[in-house]
Design a protein around this ligand. Structure first.
Ligand SMILES: NC(=O)c1ccc[n+]([C@@H]2O[C@H](COP(=O)([O-])OP(=O)(O)OC[C@H]3O[C@@H](n4cnc5c(N)ncnc54)[C@H](O)[C@@H]3O)[C@@H](O)[C@H]2O)c1
Length: 282
């Protein structure tokens, strides 16, 4: 089946980026959120990002206009029935995603692949809420989506080879670099990244170094573009804590215990850049 129309669910940070790259890749996009104001905000971000690309001469003004006209925003989820492929990028809560997957399973033609952009929820578990577990897969984009090359393609227990091959080819058409991983808490990206960030937090908590010094070690000694604590603030400390907890519960190994300083900061409402305070002040 040729994929022409893609449904993107959620117009937030990730959903608007995903809609943007599909529209630029000449796919028609049906962008769904629960309220018009979220769609308006998502479209405004897409417009600004495309504008930036025009200024950098990466796309033409005509390319920008064509991409924008390909995106159809709607709060009516039934319109997803017309899609040939779905990427779900709604909020990171199992109840929200499982309800969506159950509904998508009813709405979409049986051959349509349902992909999730989840950072940590089990693809196998989401797949089990549908009658098509072989056509459910993780398509994990990275923030900011139009810039970052990686797509982690996550195979649930029942994901078929055909589904995997379709999603891999689709990512390549979007000029992304797909990497195959199996379903496990945190996949590969967060399984390896989050313990680094968590350990950097222990170094601060134990008074080994200041946040700035920890970050300098990684920027200057390991050529990381930003240090682990700057990155944790950027991701959101609440998000980091949620992912550590998913790995702690899912893997059962005490090495995934969230740093007590992280828990305390989240309790205080210090969530990083988005709240104005984290390891740094913004
Ligand atoms: N932010 C990141 O850096 C990042 C990176 C990779 C993956 N992810 C994953 O992407 C997904 C989205 O994250 P985000 O950062 O874009 O979140 P966000 O909060 O910016 O956006 C989520 C959007 O989903 C909408 N939504 C919630 N329930 C919905 C429903 N039932 N139907 C339609 N829309 C609904 C919300 O209104 C919101 O606009 C999550 O699964 C997250 O784990 C996030």
């Amino acid at each position: 089946m040729e994929i022409k129309t893609v449904g993107v669910i959620g117009a937030g940070t990730m959903g608007n980026g995903i809609a943007n790259v599909f529209a630029r890749g000449a796919y028609d996009v049906i962008l769904v959120d629960v309220e018009q104001r979220f769609l308006d905000r998502g479209l405004e971000t897409i417009r600004k990002n495309l504008e930036r690309e025009v200024a950098k001469e990466k796309i033409t003004a005509a390319g920008r206009d064509a991409a924008l006209t390909r995106i159809a925003p709607t709060v009516d989820r039934k319109r997803l029935g017309a899609c040939d492929f779905i990427v779900e990028a709604a909020s990171e809560r199992f109840e929200i995603k499982s309800e969506l997957f159950r509904e998508l399973d009813q709405l979409c033609r049986p051959e349509v692949i349902l992909a999730s952009n989840t950072s940590s929820i089990s693809i196998t578990k989401l797949a089990a809420t549908t009658q098509r577990p072989d056509r459910v897969i993780g398509m994990h984009f990275f923030n900011p989506v139009p810039v970052m090359k990686l797509v982690e393609v996550i195979r649930g227990l029942a994901t078929s080879d055909e589904t995997f091959a379709t999603v891999k080819a689709l990512a390549e058409k979007l000029e992304k670099s797909p990497v195959e991983v199996n379903d496990a808490p945190g996949f590969v990206s967060n399984r390896v990244l989050m313990p680094l960030l968590n350990e950097a937090m222990y170094a601060v908590m134990e008074g080994i170094a200041t946040p700035q010094a920890v970050d300098d070690v990684f920027r200057l000694g390991m050529a990381h573009p930003m240090g682990p604590l700057t990155l944790a603030d950027f991701i959101g400390l609440d998000v980091c804590l949620d992912i550590m907890r998913v790995m702690q519960t899912g893997l059962g190994d005490p090495k995934y215990r969230p740093c007590p300083l992280l828990i305390k900061m989240v309790d205080a409402g210090w969530l990083g850049r988005k709240s104005g305070r984290g390891f740094y002040q913004y």
